[in-house]
Design a binder for this molecule. Structure first.
Ligand code: PEP
Ligand code: MN
Length: 275
């Protein structure tokens, strides 16, 4: 049987693959009928903050812990993370302390080997790198699960095409030269719009739409979309009610003194209530 797949994002499309893809991360299943929670501090600042936040996130019930040595930031004067090898050491300490799998953002291809050696369980591609094809191509050679954030200036076609880059393993002659990485998790995080009182604008209708167009697991990030801890709980419920397979949000042991994005991070009690 020959089926013509007209979407530009073939491998990510539900016309290519009907059943929901389920990605396994440690004990957690992401996609299908499962609800998975990713959470932890926005970035590693120091060992104490990282471990306190990790314990807090674990106690609140997250399935996968955020442990980010590195951050892509809009301004070079903002906190951008710490020296890589020290950051990865602390990320590993967070994993050892909680027994949870960890997710880290890969902002630079040159860091990939160190990430793999450090045993990072999930690699996140941030909104600012979401269309950087050399990074996406490199991730297509691995099996490690990837969270692909939605670029805040991208439409759905661009987002799912970025996912197809990771999944297809297709070379420049259009041949499937590599095996491709099927373990892609999409993460919606809001777009740029004229409203500035919320950090980004979350279009809730993207959740059921993307679920109808793609078989990939789809989570959403109420911390980055709202930018305000007072909004995180309700926005998280909204995403899940709309059909998200889970959420990723910021949990910090001391948001008031966080080096970045403390305003959108919740404390342990709040995180527990949300989960
Ligand atoms: C993040 O998840 O830490 C992050 C910076 O998100 P985004 O790439 O969506 O801005
Ligand atoms: Mn779960």
């Amino acid at each position: 049987r020959v089926i013509r797949i007209t979407e530009k994002y073939k491998d990510a499309s539900s016309s290519f693959h009907q059943e929901d893809t389920v990605v396994r991360v440690g004990q957690a299943s992401v996609g299908g009928g499962n609800l998975a929670v990713f959470g932890g501090p926005f970035a590693i600042e120091n060992e104490q903050q990282a471990l306190d936040s990790a314990r807090m996130a674990k106690e609140a019930g997250v399935d996968v812990l955020r442990a980010f040595p590195d951050k892509s930031r809009t301004s070079p004067y903002d906190y951008r993370g710490m020296e890589l090898s020290r950051g990865l050491e602390i990320a590993n300490a967070m994993k050892a302390e909680t027994g949870l799998p960890i997710v880290s953002e890969l902002i630079d291809l040159r860091h990939l080997d160190a990430f793999l050696k450090a045993g990072i369980d999930v690699i996140q591609v941030g909104a600012r790198s979401a269309q950087y094809s050399p990074l996406l191509e490199e991730l297509s050679t691995l099996d490690v699960p990837v969270i692909l954030k939605h670029g805040f200036g991208n439409d759905m076609n661009e987002w799912l095409s970025a996912a197809a880059y990771i999944m297809s393993g297709i070379d420049r002659e259009g041949r499937s030269a590599r095996h491709g990485n099927r373990n892609v998790i999409l993460c919606y995080r809001g777009i740029k719009a004229f409203e500035t009182s919320t950090r980004f604008a979350a279009d809730i209708s993207m959740i059921p739409l993307v679920r109808s167009k793609s078989h990939l697991p789809l989570i959403a990030d109420p911390s980055h979309s709202s930018g305000d801890r007072k909004l995180v709980e309700r926005v998280a419920y909204g995403f899940v009610a709309a059909g998200a397979h889970g959420i990723e949000f910021d949990i910090h042991s001391n948001p008031a003194e966080a080096l970045c994005d403390g305003k959108q991070a919740v404390l342990g009690g709040e995180a527990q209530r949300i989960i």
